[in-house]
Design a protein around this ligand. Structure first.
Ligand code: PBG
Length: 328
């Protein structure tokens, strides 16, 4: 204790001092709730591997989106689960397709209270489960997929989506969709590029949530290799150059180093997606009494913010927003 400056604990002496010097905050408006809506359901159906998360019916989706708006969540990200799938994912750009119908319903209900967002990818709609359409040799055809994405983007914009989540990892998708939207007068529709989306084991429970048809194959020819940090940063930089309004890193907790570097490399908002497997891990540990659920959830979200995320997609958005309400 010879030097006064070594008294680092002075800053931690009491709750008010700690509150005054806390570097990172977590606010309700920085949370986005991913939601699943399944065609043909009359009641919400639980997802076994994601306790507390459901596949919604149109009615339950509407109610849940209103609840999210009411507690101050910043946005909802919709995923559709169609009843019928085909090789080109035609349900994705059909105005009567489940995702577009749901978007219209939600936009009408809560469209000015929070930001209505839609996932833009073909994997939920194709019978082979890939994020794009296939070439004759079975590989995912980049440029043919871009045209399908453009049709999807216009359908989602017409349905009232305010922000499109480009999660397919096709080259050139941001520039292609920006041009397609602008040409039809949708200059104000925001593009969130899943810039650094890794081929991750942490998407496991999501596959159940959307009844993924991907059998045996994997997404390693378009999603990033988990060993690559520089490549993730490069994706984000390219997406910014192509015109992305926001870039995303996904998953979150296993890729916090990438998140920090992306935050430093671009000057647009950076978001992170706390994915299904991250949710399931904490829920499972908490369910066994091995971890303090609320503390672990809030710490995980705060850490993702600290690493550089301006906002976080999280299945806990509504519950966390309640915890973060002033006075609670
Ligand atoms: C693809 C998509 C995936 C997730 C969101 N969008 C799955 C994948 O790429 O394999 C995963 C989200 C999660 O695990 O919570 N459209």
């Amino acid at each position: 204790m010879s030097f006064p400056e070594t008294r680092l604990r002075r800053l931690r002496q009491s709750a008010p001092v700690r509150a005054l010097v806390r570097e990172t905050s977590l606010e309700r408006r920085q949370l986005v709730l991913p939601m699943f809506v399944r065609e043909g359901l009359t009641d919400a159906a639980p997802i076994g591997s994601m306790p507390g998360v459901v596949q919604h019916s149109l009615d339950s989706l509407r109610a849940a989106a209103s609840e999210a708006a009411e507690v101050g969540v910043g946005g909802v990200m919709l995923f559709g689960v169609p009843a019928v799938r085909d090789a080109t994912g035609s349900g994705a750009d059909d105005p009567r397709g489940i995702l577009n119908v749901a978007t219209e319903a939600i936009a009408a209900e809560v469209g000015d209270a929070l930001v209505v967002q839609t996932d833009l990818c073909l994997d939920e709609f194709t019978d082979h489960g890939h994020c794009g359409v296939l070439a004759a040799d079975g590989s995912v055809d980049n440029d043919a997929t871009l045209d399908r994405y453009a049709a999807m983007a216009l359908a989602q914009a017409r349905a009232g989506s305010q922000l499109l989540g480009l999660s397919g990892m096709m080259d050139g998708q941001v520039a292609h969709l920006r041009a397609a939207l602008d040409a039809e007068g949708f200059q104000d529709v925001l593009l969130l590029a899943y810039a650094a989306k890794y081929a991750s084991a942490f998407y496991g429970p999501f596959r159940e949530a959307v009844d993924s048809q991907l059998q045996g194959g994997d997404r390693r020819t378009y999603q990033l290799d988990p060993g690559n940090r520089r490549e993730g940063v490069r994706e984000a930089v390219v997406d910014q150059q192509e015109g992305a309004d926001i870039v995303m890193v996904k998953p979150a907790m296993a890729f916090l180093d990438v998140l920090r570097e992306v935050r430093d490399a671009v000057d647009i908002p950076v978001w992170a997606y706390q994915v299904s497997g991250e949710y399931a891990m904490i829920e499972a540990a908490a369910g066994n009494g091995w971890i303090d659920r609320r503390a672990a959830v809030l710490e995980s979200l705060l850490s993702i913010r600290r690493a550089g995320a301006d906002a976080v997609l999280t299945y806990w958005a509504v519950e966390a927003a309640r915890w973060l309400r002033p006075g609670s």
